[in-house]
Write a protein that binds this ligand. Structure first.
Ligand code: NG6
Ligand code: CA
Length: 513
């Protein structure tokens, strides 16, 4: 498909038709399709931003997106951890349908098969330049990756034109950046080797050489030492390629801004996936100590700075008005996620999940109900708030509708076109949503049903209320948004009905109408 051409009558007609029903459509259409920027924070909770009520921490740049757009109060990440959320975001398929989509080690193979319909491939097909910058965590290669050569398939094989990556997470080896198919700053004399099973002889580890550490693990994270921080997995070599944790936000933000500059004259989609505020939290000295809440709070300030750089670049390049900007997070918050970084001690009365119970890993709303703001000055009214039920999984079908793409039957099986809700033009989001953590939960209207689960009630390491229960749970989110009172015993019929509906959704290959 050739690039979108605003002077081409066919393209113009299609785009006008897609927008025809809405106010402001003509004005937007005159400029061609909007650019799309998705800023995807890591482990940022609903209550971690001042736009959603945080008081002890201020996030003026993130708040600006909310103020100039729509602030959603019932929008979800597809899962309560990273890999499955990102899998669902890019494929439009619930991750729980696919074994192998749980949190991945850093040497995992790519879990999205090339050739499958993806969000970036759909937009590329509609003439967008597509780029991913930041955390990937969807696997790379086809197994047995050689980190010293070309690594494929990866993002470039599933719809992105450009990639600058943290391959997995900040706390997983290899601790190197990748640009397109290659590790950045390779050194043939010092080849990189990675293992998730066997240590490399002679390499000190967190558990054997704790005296070398400047940040100590609280649980796990006692393997390879990079920059004085022990990680998950073993690695040796590649010393010139190793990242410096305190520079990471600066490095990836600069790459994201470069992408905007490079593609300023054509429609683009940028998936900017920050490392902040995931562990290890090692913000740049500019932010260290600034929040008074330890590295977790400082990382939020650093994240807000990154967002400010993106907003500033869009302003400077004259792109802000015709750019649809979405800000969200891949899962709910966690305080102690494996390092002794004072997050617990300095939390005080800050509530990372805001009004919701639980957090990352949890069946409760804190697991997936995340900050979600949408700004598009040419089209979206500023200062709006929406309680529409929405999920990041809906971006695929909704942006397809915006870009005038037709989805084939196999594409985006669980993604709903809720574009009018995303643009603040309708209060109607999805009719139902399956939340994914230890158990599956189903939300329909005000009711949330949590399927029985065998897992622990509390994650002792992170101190998260996981919300697992061998008995079914039912919450009335209107009356009891904090999920304190399980009313399943009082509503056996509703429990039966919702359990049956969830079973049906599980058996079906798709939910998209
Ligand atoms: C857990 C890690 C945690 C974090 C998480 C993935 C341990 C003990 N805990 O297994 O620190 O890395 O995986 O986070 O290793 S996510 O945001 O990428 O899903
Ligand atoms: Ca995450």
């Amino acid at each position: 498909m050739p690039a979108w051409n605003p002077t081409c009558p066919v393209d113009r007609r299609r785009f006008l038709a897609a927008l025809a029903s809405a106010p402001g459509a003509l004005r937007a259409a005159e400029q061609g399709p909007p650019n799309i920027v998705l800023i995807y924070a890591d482990d940022l909770g609903y209550g971690d931003v001042s736009a959603n009520g945080a008081r002890r921490i201020r996030t003026p740049n993130i708040d600006r997106i909310a103020r100039e757009g729509v602030r959603f109060t019932h929008a979800h990440s597809p899962s309560a951890t990273c890999t499955p959320s990102r899998y669902a975001l890019l494929t439009g398929e619930y991750a729980w349908r696919r074994p192998g989509t749980a949190v991945l080690p850093g040497d995992a193979r790519l879990i999205i098969e090339p050739g499958r319909p993806t969000l970036p491939a759909m937009l590329k097909d509609r003439g967008y330049r597509t780029g991913v910058v930041g955390k990937w965590h969807l696997g790379l290669g086809a197994g047995e990756v050689d980190w010293n050569g070309d690594i494929r398939p990866g993002p470039l094989e599933i719809g992105f034109d450009y990639a600058f990556l943290i391959p997995a997470t900040g706390d997983r080896v290899p601790c190197v950046y990748m640009e397109n198919h290659r590790v950045v700053n390779p050194d043939p004399a010092d080849p990189i080797r990675v293992s998730y099973s066997t240590p490399f002889p002679g390499e000190p580890l967190g558990r054997t050489h704790p005296q070398l550490l400047r940040m100590h693990p609280s649980h796990g994270h006692d393997m390879a030492i990079v920059n004085g921080i022990s990680r998950i997995g073993y690695m040796t070599g590649g010393r010139k390629a190793l990242w410096k944790d305190e520079d990471m936000a600066g490095v990836i933000t600069a790459k994201a801004v470069q992408f905007l500059e490079r593609h300023r004259r054509e429609p683009f989609f940028l998936y900017f996936s920050t490392h902040d505020i995931h562990v290890p939290r090692v913000p740049h000295p500019r932010f260290a100590g600034r929040s008074g809440m330890g590295p977790r709070g400082d990382a939020i300030l650093e994240l807000d700075w990154s967002v400010g750089e993106i907003l500033g670049a869009l302003d400077r390049l004259g792109l802000a008005r015709n750019t649809l900007l979405i800000f969200s997070s891949d899962n709910g918050p966690v305080v102690d996620d494996g390092y002794r970084d004072q997050a617990v001690e300095k939390l005080g009365d800050h509530r990372p999940a805001g009004p919701w119970r639980g957090g990352k890993y949890s069946n409760f709303e804190g697991g997936t109900r995340v900050p979600f703001f949408v700004r598009w000055p040419d089209r979206v009214k500023s200062g709006a708030e929406s309680g529409a039920l929405a999920s990041q999984i809906d971006l695929f079908a909704s942006l397809a509708s915006l870009a005038g793409a037709r989805l084939g039957a196999a594409a985006a099986p669980d993604s709903f076109d809720i574009l009018p809700a995303l643009l603040g033009e309708s209060k109607q989001g999805r009719q139902h949503l399956v939340e994914h953590a230890g158990s599956l939960s189903l939300i329909v209207g005000r009711w949330k049903y949590v399927a029985p689960g065998k897992g622990a009630r509390i994650n002792q390491n992170t101190n998260t209320e996981l919300g697992n229960d061998p008995a079914p749970q039912l919450y009335d989110l209107d009356r009891d948004p904090g999920e304190r009172s399980n009313v399943a015993p009082q509503h056996p019929d509703r429990v039966r009905e919702m359990a049956a509906q969830l079973a049906k959704i599980r058996q079906a290959a798709r939910t998209r109408p």
